[in-house]
Design a protein around this ligand. Structure first.
Ligand code: SF4
Ligand code: SF4
Length: 338
């Protein structure tokens, strides 16, 4: 990434952070899914299929316009594998035209010099690739050996920020792989983060002594800002729940390929309202609702967004929220009757 582009991105991020600290009434980050299809089939993933069609560009643009009108700061395109969408460049251009930061999450398989140059031109600002292991196995082919050539292309041609995420825990066979991946990422000039994941049965178990030591080493190699924002990972690494306020459905939005707003990729169905009908009443309700899944949540980006408001606006349980809503409706009915 060129120095001037890096400085511009940092300045834009700083202005979005100040805006988010001053006002809590707009989304900070939205993940938008332009197609569910993926070229891979990772054993742990519930976010892909092999058959669905790309969503029409005009429909995506309308969703981006709605996100911009809600005041969203950052839109990250995710999937499935979003690089399979034939109009990805136009989608990125539209995010930039509407003044939002444009990000992309990809498995890295489709990067060629020509494709990277097109993404530069479209205005992509950051990219994240997760690499699960060094050698492909039956669970994941997001592997350093397969992707190394793509990473070299990115190092040479990308004019956007590249972050490589490695993972630890959850029965990943070789914990050393996370360190190998992180070292290679820094060698190529990328930032690096590490995700701590649940055990395969979804439970929270402490990392083994070896995993903990590798986790600390990878964190040291990584982006200092991310390490500061990811305190929750220290609790998860110890197998302990972490208390925080998840603002999904408000400050963070997950918009699926059908255009429905969900809390996140792991809690699809709540609230499940079409984005075009999403109002600030929906935003306020979700902002103020305590999420039952928060103490064991490992989703880094939603935690990071949550930090902006952790110090303000305590949340209520869904039962308290429902009771308050009923009370409000009763008062409204009485006023109407009067
Ligand atoms: S590459 Fe990503 S979307 Fe595709 S199967 Fe693997 S984890 Fe899921
Ligand atoms: S706590 Fe985590 S899993 Fe639960 S809604 Fe928030 S982001 Fe999703």
């Amino acid at each position: 990434m060129r120095k001037t582009t890096f400085v511009k991105l940092k300045m834009r991020e700083a202005s979005f952070i100040s805006r988010a600290l001053i006002s809590s009434r707009h989304p900070v980050l939205a993940h938008l899914i332009p197609m569910r299809r993926c070229n891979l089939a990772c054993g742990y993933c519930n976010e892909y299929d092999h058959t669905s069609k790309p969503i029409d560009l005009e429909i995506i643009k309308a969703r981006l316009d709605k996100l911009a009108n809600l005041g969203t700061s950052i839109v990250t395109i995710s999937g499935g594998e979003p690089m399979m969408h034939p109009e990805l460049d136009q989608i990125i251009q539209h995010i930039r035209t509407r003044g939002m930061i444009a990000g992309l999450i990809s498995n890295g398989y489709y990067f060629t010099p020509e494709r990277i140059k097109r993404l530069n031109k479209a205005g992509l600002e950051y990219l994240q690739i997760s690499i699960d292991n060094v050698e492909p196995d039956e669970v994941s082919r997001k592997s350093l050996r397969v992707l190394d050539k793509k990473l070299r292309y990115l190092s040479e041609y990308a004019d956007f920020h590249v972050n490589i995420n490695s993972v630890i825990g959850g029965g990943i066979k070789n914990p050393d792989d996370a360190l190998t991946v992180a070292k290679r990422a820094t060698e190529l000039g990328f930032s690096t983060t590490v995700g701590v994941i649940h055990d395969s049965d979804g439970t929270l178990k402490p990392l083994s002594a070896k995993e903990k030591s590798i986790f600390q080493q990878v964190k040291k190699l990584g982006n200092k800002d991310h390490a500061r924002l990811n305190w929750f990972q220290d609790s998860i690494a110890e197998g302990k729940p972490y208390q925080w306020r998840c603002r999904a459905g408000a400050r963070y939005l997950y918009v699926c390929e059908e255009g429905l707003v969900h809390w996140c990729s792991q809690q699809r169905g709540y609230p499940g309202i079409p984005l075009e009908q999403y109002t600030m009443d929906d935003f306020d309700r979700e902002y103020n609702t305590e999420k039952w899944c928060a103490p064991t949540c490992t989703l880094q980006c939603v935690h990071q967004v949550g930090i902006l408001d952790n110090w303000r606006d305590p949340q209520k349980t869904p039962e308290q929220m429902a009771k308050e809503q009923k009370d409000r409706e009763r008062v409204d009915d009485m006023l109407k009757a009067d």
